[in-house]
Design a protein around this ligand. Structure first.
Ligand SMILES: NC(=O)c1ccc[n+]([C@@H]2O[C@H](COP(=O)([O-])OP(=O)(O)OC[C@H]3O[C@@H](n4cnc5c(N)ncnc54)[C@H](OP(=O)(O)O)[C@@H]3O)[C@@H](O)[C@H]2O)c1
Length: 317
């Protein structure tokens, strides 16, 4: 098998030796599937026989992403749904479109939801809903999309919600009072706190939905050579990223962790519970890792969940 190397534009053999669990026949939704880690995930899941729905915000980039996957995997089951995840209305419409597409293809379940789309912004941008964009795209969108699709994930009987977090979450804490509309803005701080939210969300999802056969995990991709630092950023951030990303891995490295968690059967997951009877929810390089102290705070996770519910359902109490 061959795989496109997005860095040098070369074709290199796929590393089947490290290939995690098979995903054949699984239904998988991946946000941010037009570039970087998300595109690589769409390719690698499609290559392993999964039915993949990618979510992208640009029709042109989505078409190009799909074309590149079909060129590499002619028999791929792949399609794209369009949504700017900064808009809650569009997140809801994406969920409806995903549901319709699955149904049209005869599926009544969703096995894996990968909340991967992420953004870093150099300045304060408010979304149409009035929320700081980094928080809205990186945290509120996964929260809302997951809630909108949770019944389909439960119908899987062994559903997974995988959210791309970051090791940068170790270097921050969370003040929930104005996180959605900060008075003072720092792009890096906003990014790190949103990535901390990804871990808290995954932990609280498992508590809130303990009765459902769906489990959530946060994935730390490590430093990965992608375009993320070149979008919506100032010249300084672009310059720093230009050099920093060279030390990053190929996106196929974090995708292995996504494949591992997606393919691990429930019985196998149950062997991973720790001494306190908790499922390890933060994973890097296909292994569990202890997240930051803040990320392990139950109170913080509960408060974030309550805030997110209010912000995504303004009519609710
Ligand atoms: N690269 C790293 O070293 C690193 C490290 C830790 C964590 N991460 C996380 O990994 C995830 C993937 O990032 P990446 O490095 O692969 O960067 P990337 O190549 O820029 O991919 C980000 C993806 O998210 C999409 N996206 C951004 N804003 C969106 C919006 N408003 N609506 C819909 N889609 C949107 C992008 O779409 P477009 O193609 O239209 O831009 C793109 O497909 C992110 O959550 C990031 O925080 C990355």
């Amino acid at each position: 098998m061959f795989q496109e190397n997005i860095f040098q534009g070369m074709i290199k053999p796929m590393d089947e030796g490290n290939a995690p669990q098979p995903c054949s026949g699984k239904t998988v939704v991946i946000t941010g599937a037009t570039s970087g880690i998300g595109w690589q995930a769409a390719l690698d899941f499609a290559r392993r026989g999964a039915y993949v729905i990618g979510v992208g915000r640009s029709a042109e980039r989505a078409a190009q992403a799909e074309q590149r996957i079909r060129a590499a995997v002619p028999r791929a089951h792949i399609g794209y749904v369009l949504a700017d995840l900064a808009s809650q209305a569009q997140v809801r419409r994406a969920a409806t479109a995903i549901r319709a597409r699955l149904q049209a293809d005869g599926f009544t379940r969703l096995d894996v939801l990968i909340n991967n789309a992420g953004t870093y912004a150099g300045k304060l941008i408010l979304t149409e809903d009035g929320f700081e964009q980094t928080f809205a795209v990186n945290h509120l969108a996964p929260f809302l999309l997951t809630q909108e699709l949770v019944d389909l994930l439960a119908a899987s009987g062994d559903g997974r919600v995988l959210t791309t977090s970051s090791g940068s979450h170790y270097r921050t804490w969370l003040n929930l009072r104005r996180i959605h509309h900060p008075r003072l803005f720092n792009g890096l701080w906003a990014y790190k706190t949103a990535k901390l939210c990804n871990v808290l969300f995954s932990a609280e999802f498992n508590r809130v939905h303990a009765a459902l056969p769906v489990r959530a995990f946060a994935v730390d991709p490590g430093l990965v050579n992608t375009e993320i630092g070149f979008k919506q950023t100032d010249w300084l951030s672009r310059t720093v990223w230009h050099f920093r990303r060279n030390g990053g891995t190929h996106p196929e490295v974090p995708v292995r962790t996504l494949l591992t968690l997606a393919g691990m059967a429930r019985a196998e997951l149950e062997t991973r519970y720790n001494h306190q009877g908790e499922l390890p929810i933060y994973w890097k390089d296909s292994q569990p890792k202890t997240p930051s102290r803040a990320a392990r705070s139950r109170n913080l996770a509960r408060e974030l969940w309550a805030l997110s519910s209010r912000l995504c359902h303004p009519g609710a109490a």
